[in-house]
Write a protein that binds this ligand. Structure first.
Ligand SMILES: [Zn+2]
Ligand SMILES: [Zn+2]
Length: 174
């Protein structure tokens, strides 16, 4: 191991950057936000470390995290249509139903299951998910009972304007 922190030259080297192996002192170790990238379908290995040097953090983690937060915001605005839904779905002009199907497993609750599906759609610039199905299963986990959730959906481009119009009309008829 190098005798000095490669960031600040402190001799108190205690750690390594898990991405590039540079020697670091404890003050120079940077950690990603807890739960960062959690909704990604598969977290790339370069983003799954816990300890980074400044260089790797700025170069890799920070831009990816900004993109992640951006997708997360989009995911929260994805229009969710369930499989049981019978009313018309206002697909964007010139688009059809996608053959893509997303699946997620081992989610802690219903909301995260849907958000994970929506995240995948947002990542690919879709603003809707169709045929959304979620289900849960009881499992024993270290002696107590808990539920694990899974779900599936297909992405779609929704015409937001028509959807709003549809919702308004529905409210007027209520
Ligand atoms: Zn240092
Ligand atoms: Zn590094």
């Amino acid at each position: 191991m190098n005798s000095a922190c490669e960031s600040c030259r402190s001799p108190e080297v205690t750690e390594n950057c898990e991405a590039c192996q540079k020697a670091l002192c404890s003050d120079c170790v940077l950690n990603p936000e807890p739960g960062a990238f959690q909704l990604m379908p598969k977290i790339p290995s370069k983003l799954s470390h816990q300890k980074y040097c400044r260089f790797c953090f700025d170069e890799t983690v920070q831009p990816a995290y900004e993109k992640y937060l951006e997708n997360l915001e989009k995911a929260k605005n994805v229009n969710v249509f369930y499989k049981t839904q019978r009313k018309g779905i206002p697909l964007a002009k010139g688009t059809g139903r996608s053959k893509l199907k997303f699946t997620v497993e081992a989610c802690p609750d219903r909301d995260e299951t849907i958000l994970r599906l929506a995240y995948q759609a947002a990542e690919m610039d879709y603003n809707g998910i169709l045929d959304t199905e979620v289900s849960s299963e009881k499992v024993r986990h270290f002696g107590y009972q808990t539920s694990v959730w899974k779900g599936s959906a297909s992405p779609a481009h929704i015409n937001d304007y028509l959807l709003r119009l549809q919702d308004q009309q529905e409210q007027e008829f209520r």
